[in-house]
Ligand binder design. Structure first.
Ligand code: G6P
Length: 369
């Protein structure tokens, strides 16, 4: 194991830094030309994409968060109703089946018991249009699905998922574009522009990785905290959920994510100087709303740690720490905003001296119920 680590202290850190390569490999075939082909998802994908009227995404843990981001993309860009659901909930509830839905299971390992059971449950309800997005080619989930997309993150060893998550997002974005194209919602010019943005994505992730020393200094201030709150809005709310999950998993600091507009309905009561509040601040249509949410936190003495796009004009001041990312990346922004949150939890865990790659009570792949 040591040899594989190279110059890194932990697999998680190595895997965080492998993301530009993992994304480039995952996107390689898709961005080779000027046009996206449904066959990226399997030979029957064109036919299936043409006959579906809804999308259901089933997954667990970090993979579920990728599904949540995709539900925003698919509704906004492809105009198809989409929901993401936790696999262990779906498999045990009486849901209304829609045989015309595309049923996606998302998984790094392809062996998660709840996700496999959810797929089988969906099939018994009449779902035929099954797609698995997975990082392990020979896994059970891939074998049991009609369509497939394999992410090329490479083996992920750290229990806390990093590169598997961002490559899942890349795959889901490709899917979104294909569904949009199929429905006549993607002009050729827009398609070329998206492909161009995807080609630039690994380089942009590399730039965010360069913020590590600054994120590390922030992490030092988290290590002695009991709680943290993560705020995001829109398609960055699931990214806030993922940031909170990462911090919980490896640093054992209690963390919760909230869509910032919900602050006033509860969590604001918890805010004081001892609970750091992490905010994801992309320059999207919700920016002004988010800024006023942040003021509410500041007015209660909360200490803010803001990951802000360059063009948001959020300036550091007393109790407001700001780390600046590049200009807003449009729909790919959730992928870029994930990176500093991974680094924050990694360095907070390092400070606390936890077993980063093998956190207590957790397993890499949960193959039992
Ligand atoms: C476990 C891992 C998580 C992972 C989840 C789902 O809980 O610790 O990191 O997100 O399983 O795993 P999957 O392989 O299905 O993506």
């Amino acid at each position: 194991e040591m040899a594989e680590l190279g110059n890194y202290r932990h697999f998680m850190q190595k895997e965080i830094h492998e993301q530009p390569r993992a994304l480039a490999d995952t996107l390689h075939d898709a961005v080779a030309g000027e046009s996206l082909l449904p066959e990226l998802f399997g030979v029957e994908a064109g036919e299936v994409f043409g006959c579906i009227n809804a999308v259901t995404i089933l997954a667990c843990g970090t993979s579920f968060h990728a599904g949540k981001v995709a539900s925003y993309w698919i509704e906004a860009l492809a105009g198809i109703p989409c929901r993401a659901e936790i696999a262990s909930e779906y498999r045990y509830r009486d849901s209304v089946a829609n045989p015309d839905a595309l049923l996606i299971t998302l998984s790094q390992s392809g062996e998660t018991a709840d996700t496999l059971a959810a797929l089988n449950h969906a099939k018994t309800l009449g779902h035929q249009h099954t797609l698995s997005i997975c990082n392990v080619p020979e896994s059970a989930l891939v074998r049991q699905s009609r369509l497939r997309f394999l992410t090329r993150a490479g083996p992920e060893i750290g229990v806390a998922s990093t590169k598997a998550f961002t490559t899942q997002l890349a795959a889901l974005f490709l899917l979104t574009l294909l569904l949009a194209k199929q429905r006549g919602r993607l002009t050729p010019a827009a398609e070329v522009a998206h492909i161009q943005a995807l080609r630039q994505l690994p380089g942009k992730v590399q730039q965010v990785l360069a913020l590590e020393p600054e994120v590390e200094r922030w992490a030092e201030r988290f290590a002695d905290k009991q709680h943290a709150l993560f705020l995001g809005r829109g398609m960055h709310y699931p990214i806030a959920m993922e940031g909170a999950l990462k911090l919980k998993e490896i640093s054992y600091i209690h963390a919760e994510a909230y869509p910032a507009g919900e602050l006033k309905h509860g969590p604001l009561a918890l805010v004081d100087k001892d609970m750091p509040v992490v905010a994801i601040a992309p320059n999207d249509i919700l920016l002004e709303k988010l800024k006023s949410n942040l003021q509410e936190v500041r007015a209660r003495g909360g200490e803010l740690y803001v990951f802000a796009d360059a063009d948001t004009h959020i300036v550091p001041s007393e109790g407001i720490h700001v780390l600046q990312l590049a200009d807003h990346a449009g729909p790919l922004s959730p992928i870029l905003h994930t990176i500093p949150l991974q680094m924050l939890s990694y360095h907070a865990a390092l400070q606390k001296g936890t077993d980063v790659d093998k956190p207590r009570n957790l397993a890499k792949s949960v193959t039992v119920e």
